[in-house]
Every structure is written in structure tokens, then in C-alpha cells.
Design a protein around this ligand. Sequence first.
Ligand code: GMT
Length: 381
Amino acid sequence: MKIGIVLYPTFGGSGVVATELGKALSERGHQVHFITYSQPVRLGSFTSNLFYHEVIVSEYPLFEYPPYETVLAGKLVSVVKNEGLDLLHVHYAIPHASAAYMAQRILESQGIKIPFITTLHGTDITLVGRDPSFEPAITFAINNSDAVTAVSQSLKKDTYAHFGVTREIEVIANFICPEHYLPKPEKDFRAAYAPNGERIITHISNFRPVKRVGDVVRVFKKISDKIPAKLLLVGDGPERYRSELLCRELGTCEDTFFIGKLKKPEEVLNISDLFLLPSESESFGLAALEAMACGVPVISSDRGGLPEVNEHGFSGFLSPVGDVDGMADYAVSMLEQDAVLNRFKEQARSRADVFSIKKVLPLYTALYDRVLDKHRKAVEE
Ligand code: GMT
């Protein structure tokens, strides 16, 4: 199969999932073409059937806002025609689904028929997408996709609740490639951060308000009042400065490390004892799944898709949003004794196995086959 994957190339979960999906498909013999504005951060090295097509928007003084969607649609038309793609799979509805729809119509006018699949990831529906100015285009593009998937039951429910979506949405959960998360002893720099055997607590995000990084810092303060611990904060974004101020206010700076963005989060996760994700909303929580894959238990909020990923009392614990005391109590209950912590670590890893690429990839390829089959029949009629 020749598949075009449209994605955000950044550290965000939707881009990571789309990149890993493309890599896994190419390893199984499919030809994959990534189409986006910059090289995806998780791409790594190329193989013979992986391609990257950059979308470049020309600058022109008239454009206060560069017309990315129009240029993307044009790029899709060109890649579909020149590479002979069989289908397009767009990750994140805005503006990828409407650009794909536009490309589909243009190609149809030239006698080329190609289906497109839209995968909804979260903020395209729960946050940004709810803005009334986006809603009509999103609803239309979802209803006119050849297939739509959502990364959790919760996101599927939210999509039906907030958009006039009438079509079927299939849930295909996010996934991890377990072998990427195996410990690499040469990269074990635990002693650099925790020289006296302190517990290492980690949070990874884009530091947007929805992630509630302030709660991470507050929970850590309560944990470190009881147990020697260090906090590693990975990522960057609008709330970083405020989080740094809060550390100073709470007097936890000495034990906190702001590491910044990392291409390989597993290097930090492999030395971590606990992962915190107290988000206001989270359609899935890929960062939590990556932590679990490294054998790191998770304390998260109970919002959105998180209960579908983090099994309460098994891979970690769930607490209501903002319940800093509850989250700290759960953390201490896990971190106090090695035996308890080790049990949770094993359980976290085994929970992550449920989301292994081996189980999830066949769901995508089966969907591709179904969509292509239906499409071929429609063309023949
Ligand atoms: O976390 C973010 O804000 C980035 C965003 C994205 O589109 O990359 O993440 C969303 O998609 C991820 C991959 O499906 C999910 O794991 C995240 O839960 C979701 N974020 C939110 O719902 C806030």
C-alpha cells in the first residue's frame, strides 16, 4: 500500500503517534509518505520506503496569516498524483481533515479518486475544536472523511457530544513500540540527578495550561516533605516560567530539574520511579503510556481517556483534577517501600503491553483495507 500521512511534526502526542505508525507500516513493507511543514521529531533514520514531503508556505506581505491549509491541499494533490498514493491518513482534524477533503475534491475533478481517513487526537475536539469558529469546518470534514478514528472511547463520546457528527467513529487506541522503551544501561544517569538514592518523579508535557504543571510542582512538594525525592520536568511551553516561580515559592528548586524538550523521553523515563499527569483534560495521555512502557507507574487525573490507559490501583492511581493532597498520598503510598514500588513498576509495564503496536497496527491496516475495498467498489459502480 502507498499511504500519505499528514501530521504535526512536533513533540505533541498526535505527531508522535502518526510518526510511529508510519515507521511501523514502512517496516512491514508499505510505502509511507509523511506530509507536513517540518521533519517529524521522532522520525529518526530513513528506510527505503519512507519519504518526507515538506509543505512550504511562501511569504507575501499581503498574508498576515500564511494560508497553510491551501498549500497543504495543493501538496496533497501533487504527492497523490506523483507518487500514486492509495490513501491519505490525516492526524488531528484541524486543518488536516479539511485540507484532505479539498485535495480529494480537486483530484476527483482530474479523474483521480482517493479516500482519506481522519484520526481525532484530542485538543482538535476538546479544546481548540470547540471554538465556534472552527466547528462548522471540523464537523463537515469529519462527516465527509471516508473513515474516522478516535484515540479513546472518551474522545469518541466528546466528538458526538460537541459536534454535529452523524457518521461512525471507530476507536483505535494509541500505541507504543515496547522495544523502544527497554532500559539501556549505558544511558543510566540516575546518580547524576539522585546521588543519594532519592526517588525520581517525572512529568513530561508541552507545559500548556491544560497540563496543570503547577499541580505537579505542588504534589512534588508534598511528596518531598515525606520522602527524599527529585523532580524532573521534561518539555517546554507557556507555563514553564510560572512553574519555575512556583518552585522558588515552595522552596523545591534544589530538588527540581527543568530539562527542556527531549527527542527520546525514554532516557529520562528509564531512570524514573513515578510519572505525574494531573491534566485538566487528556483524550488519551500518550506520555503516561510511554512512562508505563518504561515500567514507571502513573498518578494522573481521572479525566477524558486517562482511565482507559492508567488502571487505578494497578498501573498507578487516578485522582480528581486538582486533588493535590490525594495525588501526593497515592504517591507516598507507592514510593515508601521498595516492594510496593517494584510491584507497581511491573504492573505498569504489563498494562502498557495492552497498547503494544503489535496489537494496534492490525486494527489500522484492517481499516485501510476496508476503506480501500469500499472505495474500489464505489469507483467500479
Ligand atoms: O497533549 C497535547 O496537548 C498535544 C496533543 C496533540 O495533538 O499532540 O495531544 C493530544 O493527542 C495525544 C495523542 O493522541 C493524546 O495522547 C493527548 O491526550 C491529547 N491531548 C489532550 O487531550 C490534552
